[in-house]
Design a protein around this ligand. Structure first.
Ligand code: FES
Length: 102
């Protein structure tokens, strides 16, 4: 499903989208796009409001600092211990599409 134009997301940013009832955080690092579940697995906090960690390819929850891998959805530090879903992302004709959960 198309979520936005690639040009609408500057590198180093994250944005929340609602796709078929699922809350998804889309992240851009350079020209790479990622999509993970937007809801922190520790509490109901939007991960898209956190910091994009470009070097480690993670999204950091602003509330207590757990950082989630954009590739696997696994948190690399406490307090979160459960992974968040990871979605397939494709850029086609300048638009970002989020596909099913991997
Ligand atoms: S709410 Fe995200 S780490 Fe606590």
């Amino acid at each position: 499903m198309r979520v936005c134009a690639a040009a609408d997301m500057p590198p180093g940013t994250a944005k929340r989208f609602d796709v078929d009832g699922a809350r998804i955080a889309v992240v851009r690092i350079g020209d790479d796009f990622y999509a993970i579940g937007d809801r922190c697995s520790h509490a109901d906090v939007s991960l898209a409001e956190g910091d994009v960690l470009a070097d480690s390819r993670e999204l950091e929850c602003w509330k207590h600092g757990s950082a989630f891998s954009l590739e696997t959805g696994e948190p690399s530090c406490l307090p979160a211990i459960k992974k968040v879903p990871v979605y397939r992302v494709e850029v086609r004709d300048g638009d970002v599409h989020v596909e099913e959960e991997r």
